[in-house]
Structures are given as structure tokens and as C-alpha cells.
Design a protein around this ligand. Structure first.
Ligand code: PMP
Length: 353
């Protein structure tokens, strides 16, 4: 720590993202990226847009992307916001709606939420998990403060039905209920359209996972005009051009190639379901995730060892050292071929070789 830091910076406990090794030929199952490339139409769009127009600033409001998102989700353009990855959209939301107030989220959830609270001075409490690693949805309903939860939850993959989203939004009037739908396309129904019914509901999505565009950093939010205006206030006090020109067009092209996206999600879901069987066969305990990752632990072999041995064999999974997940690994669902290599190696580790 240096003498140059402000007291704000000194007090931060930054988020630590999963490893992104620059070298080596890893099977990367640690940061929930898609194992498939983005749609060829998206790649073509990026190539086409990488021209002399890059000398100009991009559209500050990401109009082309918002238009495509509006057509795709059936939500009016005034109720959509775009940012540089959903992490940025989430950060803007914490600044706009929770700074100096109170918000609750599950104890086991996306570990960036408490970091945003630290950055924006939001009071928070973490609701204890119910029945092992389940979200306390009842506790979020009627809590009388802001609420944030991923749906499906991360890193457990637990999905809450739309009736829960409605109940939590309806029972917390005057407080923003933020549903982080980073993984919704792998097994759930989006609550984006419910934002027309609940003024206090904000739904955040990303193109990093189900659209295979983590490298482009595209996040969206759906909400009432009051909430979208709140996000714009923060954006325009921070960075007027959060989304670069290529990302705006790539995001719109991704939304337009629905057939490719559905096919890719279908493949990932089928591989996930097959992986449940493999994990069972090897004696793992795991949650039947509705997402593109599986949280698992083994009753006999410590997660730390599994993680280390896999890494030594060029397979990266995510290991959580912190309680209550200290004996868990999270495996991103890869291709069938990648998962076969993973399970062959796991079999050797569990068998003691
Ligand atoms: N929400 C959750 C629950 C996530 O796991 C992630 C990925 N780390 C994000 C949001 C952020 O995704 P991105 O910034 O790539 O859109």
C-alpha cells in the first residue's frame, strides 16, 4: 500500500477475476466463457466495421445495440441501457441506487457485489443460505431495502422462477430489485419484460456468456425509465462513451443471429446434462445447475488438490478458497471433447493416480 492512495482506495477490497493465462494451451473451464466462437455474422460485422470510422467517437447511447435489444426482447428503447460489460452496468446500478443506502444479497453469490458496496459506500447484508447453498428468496421478499441476486445464482446455478422475481419486486416498493441475468439463457426465462410491470425492477444481462462475446465487453440493463435515467446519470458522470463502436455493432449482430445463439446454448445445455451423469459416476456432490457451470465437491479428495492437479495437466477450473465454498470447484461447461478430457483426468485423480 502506498502513501499515494486516497482513503477510499485504501479501504477497497478488490474483486479477483479468474485466471486468464496468456500462454500455454489450456482447456479453459474457469471463467464461464462460451467454448464456441461467436456467430460468423458477428465476426463479419466486426471486420466490416473496423474501418476509417474508428477515428470518430462511438454513439454515446449505443443506439444500434439498444434498437436491436428492443426488437429482440420486446422492451421499449427508453427502457434499455448498454454498458461496457455487465460488470460496468452493475457498478453504475450500485452507484445510482444503493450508494449511501442498504442492499441485501445472498451470502454465496457473485463476489463483485460487496466490492461495489465498498466502492460506493453502500451498506449491505448477506442473507445466509438455506438448505445448504440455496438462496433465501423469502428473506429477500419484503426486506424493505434494495435487493440484488443473480438468476441463476452464481456460482451455484440455482434458478428462481419468475414468480419469485415478481414477489420480491412487488414486496419491496421504493427499493430497486436488481436481477443479474448473466446466465439466464442456459435454463431460465428472462424477467426483462416484467420491467414494464414493476417500476423498481432492474434486469441486467451480458453478452459474455451465451453470446460468446466476453472479449467485446457488452452489458445491458432493462428497467423503467426512472431506473434507466439513474444509470445514465452515473454513466454521464463517469464516461460518456462506455461502449466502443465495434462492440455496439457486434452486439446488434449477435442479437440478429438468433439461430446460431440458440444452437450454441442448446449444445452447452446438452453437454451440461451429460456432465451431471459423469460427476455422479465419479462420486462428486454437485448442484444440478441451470447455468453454464457446475459447482462440485468430492467427499474424499480435497478441491484444492483437484484444482492443482487439473492445472498441472493444463485444465483450468475455478477454485474458491473462502468459506463456505472452500471445498468446491466450479467447472465451466465446455465442448463435449473438452469435457471428455476433463472427466478422464478427474477419474485418474479420484482413483488416486
Ligand atoms: N454477473 C455475474 C453473476 C457474473 O458471473 C459475471 C461474470 N464474471 C458478470 C455479471 C459480469 O459479466 P461481464 O462483465 O462479462 O458482462
Amino acid at each position: 500500500m502506498t502513501e499515494y492512495l486516497s482513503s477510499l482506495a485504501k479501504g477497497l477490497e478488490p474483486y479477483v477475476p479468474g485466471e486468464q493465462p496468456g500462454d500455454g494451451d489450456y482447456i479453459k473451464l474457469n471463467t464461464n466463457e462460451s467454448p464456441y466462437p461467436p456467430s460468423p455474422k458477428v465476426q463479419e460485422t466486426i471486420r466490416k466495421m473496423a474501418d476509417g470510422s474508428l477515428r470518430l467517437y462511438p454513439d454515446p447511447s449505443s443506439g444500434v445495440l439498444i434498437k436491436a435489444a428492443s426488437a429482440y426482447h420486446g422492451v421499449p428503447e427508453e427502457m434499455i441501457f448498454a454498458g461496457n460489460g455487465s460488470d460496468e452496468v452493475l457498478a453504475f446500478a450500485f452507484a445510482a441506487f444503493y450508494a449511501g443506502k442498504k442492499v441485501v444479497f445472498p451470502k454465496v453469490t457473485y463476489s463483485f457485489y460487496p466490492v461495489y458496496c465498498g466502492l460506493f459506500n453502500a451498506g449491505y447484508s448477506q442473507l445466509p443460505m438455506v438448505e445448504k447453498l440455496g438462496m433465501d428468496l423469502d428473506g429477500m421478499a419484503g426486506c424493505g431495502c434494495g435487493v440484488v441476486f443473480p438468476n441463476p445464482n452464481a456460482p451455484t446455478g440455482e434458478l428462481a422462477g419468475l414468480e419469485w422475481v415478481e414477489r420480491i419486486a412487488a414486496s419491496n416498493p421504493g427499493n430497486v430489485v436488481l436481477v443479474d441475468e448473466a446466465y439466464i439463457d442456459f435454463g431460465g426465462e428472462s424477467s426483462a419484460r416484467l420491467t414494464g410491470k414493476y417500476e423498481n425492477l432492474l434486469v441486467v444481462q451480458t453478452m459474455s456468456k451465451s453470446r460468446a462475446l466476453a472479449g467485446m465487453r457488452i452489458g445491458l440493463a432493462f428497467g423503467s425509465e426512472k431506473l434507466i435515467d439513474g444509470l445514465k446519470r452515473v454513466r454521464d458522470s463517469f464516461n460518456s462513451y462506455p461502449l466502443n463502436r465495434l462492440s455496439q455493432y457486434a452486439g446488434a449482430a449477435a442479437l440478429e443471429d438468433d439461430a446460431y445463439y440458440k444452437d450454441m446454448c442448446g449444445k452447452i445445455i446438452r453437454t451440461r446434462e451429460k456432465s451431471f451423469g459423469e460427476l455422479e459416476r465419479l462420486g462428486f456432490e454437485f448442484i444440478r445447475s441451470s447455468s453454464n457451470f457446475i459447482l462440485a465437491s468430492h467427499p474424499e479428495v480435497p478441491a484444492a488438490k483437484i484444482y492443482q492437479v487439473l492445472k498441472g495437466n493444463n485444465i483450468l477450473v475455478r477454485y474458491f478458497a473462502k468459506e463456505p465454498l472452500q471445498n468446491h470447484i466450479r467447472i465451466t461447461v465446455g465442448t463435449d471433447g473438452q469435457m471428455k478430457i476433463l472427466f478422464d483426468r478427474l477419474e485418474k485423480i479420484i482413483g488416486g493416480c
